[in-house]
Design a protein around this ligand. Structure first.
Ligand code: ASP
Length: 349
């Protein structure tokens, strides 16, 4: 009898203790006050020798403006989704980046934009592909996530959905920028030269490898421990046949899970889709229990590189650790942590 009583006592004590422990862990998570934000403005052959000091300054200033807007939202108890949306708006509204205003041209000389968003708390997600009139495609993606039964809408349907929801709609001419139009003309000129099939393939490969991609993305961890990741792009110059890249594909261009991390990708989209890059990073943390640094290095420097893919990612894990990883010459990028420490970089360190 004494033994049974002792056993009962020990079991009750242990279960009370576990509950207290769990509650205090939950509180710790909620009150950790650890928040962070990271953005990218595309990866590619970004070399100092090809950059003018004025252009470099313009990129740095816009990256800093974008990261500070998101940081202020997080600092003032705002959600990671609000921070991601606001930071991406700054880049979408700038002609410098291949998203929104600065979107690249398709072979038909139009602009077709893709975007996606994912919240790590609920694993809810939304995306649009091939929109032609939405000023801020990231907001259309958020609208799909919050106010539709779907995850991914495309083409004219996605444009009508955005209009119906009262989003800002522009005439397609708003997305015209001379710089992007000239990039398309250069590629078209080269295409006219007589090349056999293999030469043509080699030309396209080299062209993609040499191009700067310029997609934008943001990942944020807010004070409640919620991670959101978002990506917005004009895709790739000279794309045809309503080609869709990785940016609106959940798991490839964007992924977030509060249990692991959030990721936004930029680069040669076909490889990021085949490598399921953003999800692979989160999965390595979940199943192999590796650090964010290890997971991002493994996926970008080893797996993606071996496939022949080029590009990079930004990521934040549930503890607020920040990662930038790319296998190209540069990646426009910036981050801020909860101490307000700012990093803005373009080239490899
Ligand atoms: N990943 C984008 C795409 O393939 C391009 C980019 O990152 O710039 O559409």
């Amino acid at each position: 009898m004494k033994r049974i009583l002792l056993l009962l006592f020990v079991t009750t004590f242990l279960s009370c203790n576990t509950t207290t422990q769990k509650d205090s862990n939950d509180n710790q998570n909620v009150q950790q006050n650890k928040f962070a934000i990271v953005i990218h403005g595309g990866a590619g052959t970004i070399l100092k020798e090809n950059m003018t000091p004025e252009l470099e300054k313009a990129y740095e200033e816009t990256l800093e403006e974008a990261i500070r807007v998101g940081y202020d939202i997080l600092k003032n108890e705002g959600s990671s989704t609000k921070a991601v949306e606001a930071s991406i708006h700054v880049m979408e509204n700038s002609p410098l980046f291949n998203a929104g205003k600065g979107a690249v041209f398709t072979n038909d000389e139009t602009n077709e934009m893709d975007a996606s968003i994912m919240e790590g708390k609920t694993l809810n997600a939304g995306a649009v592909a091939g929109v032609k009139t939405v000023k801020n495609p990231i907001t259309a993606a958020i609208e799909v996530m919050n106010n539709s039964n779907h995850v991914l809408l495309s083409g004219a349907g996605a444009d009508s959905f955005a209009k119906e929801k009262g989003l800002e709609i522009m005439d397609p001419s708003y997305f015209y920028t001379e710089r992007r139009f000239q990039s398309l003309q250069k590629i078209k000129e080269k295409e006219k030269t007589q090349l056999d099939h293999d030469e043509k393939t080699a030309f396209y490969d080299a062209d993609i490898k040499n191009s700067k991609f310029g997609t934008v993305g943001c990942v944020a961890l807010d004070k409640n421990g919620n991670i959101t990741a978002g990506t917005s792009t004009g895709g790739m110059t000279n794309k045809r046949w309503n080609r869709i890249g990785d940016s609106p594909i959940i798991g490839a261009g964007t992924y977030a899970n509060n249990a692991t991390c959030g990721v936004s990708s930029t680069g040669w989209g076909e490889y990021f889709i085949r490598g399921v890059v953003a999800h692979d990073i989160a999965a390595q943390i979940e199943y192999k229990n590796v650090s964010l640094k290890e997971a991002t290095q493994n996926v970008i420097q080893d797996k993606l590189t071996k496939m022949g893919g080029t590009g990079g990612i930004i990521a934040i894990d549930k503890n607020g650790a920040i990662a930038f990883e790319f296998n190209t010459a540069g990646m426009y990028r910036a981050s801020m942590n909860d101490k307000g420490e700012l990093t803005v970089k373009i080239y490899k360190d």
